[in-house]
Design a protein around this ligand. Sequence first.
Ligand code: PLP
Length: 377
Amino acid sequence: MKEGVYRSSDEMIAALRPSYPVYCVRTGALRRVAQEFCAGFLGDVLFAVKCNPAPLVLKALHAGGINHFDTASLPEVALVHELFPDAHLYFNHPIKVRPHIRMAHTVFGVRHYVIDHRSELDKVMQETGGAKDMTILVRMATPAAGAAFHLSAKFGAPPPDCVELLQAVRDVGLKPALSFHVGSQCVNPQAYTIALRVVRDVLHAANVELACLDVGGGFPAAYTGVEIPPLAKFFAEIKKGLKELKLPSSCAILAEPGRALVADGMSLVVQILQRKEERLYINDGVYHSLSETVSGGIRLPPRLIRLDGAPPSNEFADYTLYGPTCDSTDVLPHPYQLPADAREGDWIELGRAGAYSSALVSHFNGFHPETFIEIEE
Ligand SMILES: *Cc1c(COP(=O)(O)O)cnc(C)c1O
């Protein structure tokens, strides 16, 4: 065993007895999911870095075969480049900061940029000094269809505008490409087929030679209380939808999953600070790793761990979990089932906490979870 690597979260808790939240990164599991995704999807798999940019996580995904990354800012570009100098980077934020474009192009060699408006195309051209070696992905808005987070409310051009944008990209001498995002935690595989049908109409009207088609992210995780179809079902729907497009073999196919690659590979260990009847006050909450319990209604599977005294009761009770800050909105919206005698000092491991958890923490009230521990099962 490498130093600082544990065989299980229990072993980590026994060794550290942490009074601070700990992210348990299961590198083997992350590697396996990456391999499964790369083997099952028929194109290049970009990891959406924003979902979990912890270097331990990025390295595990890279070891699993992922060498393409969806980035949204210069710090993300620099982070990935530093770790994997030969990685393929895509700047997939439709509204970029001007100096970020300049640096991404000249320093980091980024050649793929997303736009969803004519002004962003002009911006990218200005900041790259008229360079012609770029692929411009036009981000298309998609209809809402079965996602917990609808991502076309903020970004994405309506299909008729996409036609014009694709032609504008071609006319300025850059390579036109198309992308969409069906929304995050999308439990309906047909959302992709529906989007690809719109793509077909757009391509028919635009009549441009497409350099690549990016079907986005959105693939779901198996959170408590949701049934999700297997990944293979999503891949099959996408394959079917792509077939109807009759794309030339020169057109690259991309996906940019975040959640589905990392949700299961990291858990969060928190400690109970106090119990008041059926309320448990813990050391992490909605201003830190658990904001998606509110924004997405997401529920994570809990498990109680106790080191001292009699083992926890076999009877269970429903508890409300409160976060550590002074804000009364710092409370998880769903009840959590834990042993009836849960008490101060016990730990709770929340599973499937790899996506949009550590990536979203604030420093509110002086709390700032930042401990990542590798678990090698
Ligand atoms: C957030 C995001 C992703 C990742 O989405 P998941 O739902 O986590 O798979 C991919 N692409 C873009 C453009 C995004 O904004």
